[in-house]
Design a protein around this ligand. Structure first.
Ligand SMILES: [Cu+2]
Length: 274
């Protein structure tokens, strides 16, 4: 028997969950009471989840900004040293040199990048250019870059990047030997300098494959094998902002082109021609 005088409407407008026991008129036993559980009309829950969603969203955005800002922080600028003049393709020009190394992983002697998403993974052996990936070169000058390369090979996906492009005579010197290309399966990394896609500044494109050390090479006292020495020269034009990166799949993620491949301080950087 349903008690006629019981009116549930007052309860339907509350937001809070409650339990109410309705006492039946003329009941014989306590067990005849009807227990009603009401979970509100959902407004409170919806408000709660809406606020929670906004807070979680804000936290994700703030976290991403912090993380990406840290990941893409530019390392200290490495400035090419002007050492005199040299004969460029069309006359005498300033001659500058810049020296880099490529390490397979940080060590006691080479601490490696202090930022980037891969710091936490440093023990997993991610490679990096050193001492910086932020380079500054003089304009309209002959630049001679010398790179000591300590890492093993990972085959390039595209043979184009096993060839030398954009240097003064289309060659690079590998341990004193002049070459136009190296074997695709003997590439450790590439130094590939280019402009931003929408740029209207002077054309500058240089790509040089970095010869690998044997994957079973023994380490020397500094914790690294004997490096390959790679030297090449190219001309800069008028001032401009450029980027460079490695085109050899030495990272992780999609076809090994994620991770360090796109990170400043590791396998990608900027070149400012001033
Ligand atoms: Cu690389």
């Amino acid at each position: 028997m349903w008690p006629e005088h019981v009116n549930l409407n007052d309860s339907l407008h509350t937001d809070c969950w409650f339990v109410r026991t309705l006492t039946l008129q003329g009941r014989k036993n306590k067990s005849d009471d009807i227990r009603v559980e009401w979970h509100g009309d959902g407004r409170m829950k919806r408000t709660f989840f809406a606020v929670l969603t906004v807070l979680v969203g804000a936290a994700v955005v703030a976290g991403s900004v912090l993380l990406l800002g840290k990941a893409q922080a530019e390392p200290a600028v490495l400035v090419a040293k002007v050492i005199g003049t040299a004969q460029g393709p069309s006359g005498e020009v300033p001659h500058a040199t810049i020296d880099l190394s490529i390490y397979p992983e940080p060590s006691a002697s080479v601490p490696g990048p202090k930022h980037g998403l891969e710091i936490g993974n440093a023990s997993a052996g991610w490679p990096f250019y050193w001492p910086s990936t932020t380079l500054q070169l003089p304009a309209n000058s002959l630049i001679t870059m010398t790179i000591l390369q300590y890492d093993g090979s990972t085959t390039v996906w595209n043979d184009y990047f096993a060839e030398v492009h954009g240097t003064v005579d289309g060659t690079a010197t590998y341990n004193g030997k002049v070459q136009r290309n190296i074997e695709a399966d003997n590439v450790a990394h590439t130094f590939t300098l280019h402009q931003y896609s929408e740029s209207t500044q002077p054309e500058l494109f240089v790509s040089v494959p970095m010869l690998a050390v044997a994957n079973n090479a023994k380490n020397e006292a500094n914790g690294y094998p004997k490096p390959q020495e790679i030297t090449f020269s190219f001309m800069t034009g008028d001032p401009g902002e450029y980027v460079w990166n490695c085109e050899d799949p030495c990272g992780n993620g999609y076809v090994d082109f994620g991770g360090v491949m796109s990170e400043r301080g590791w396998m990608s950087g900027t070149v400012t021609v001033v």
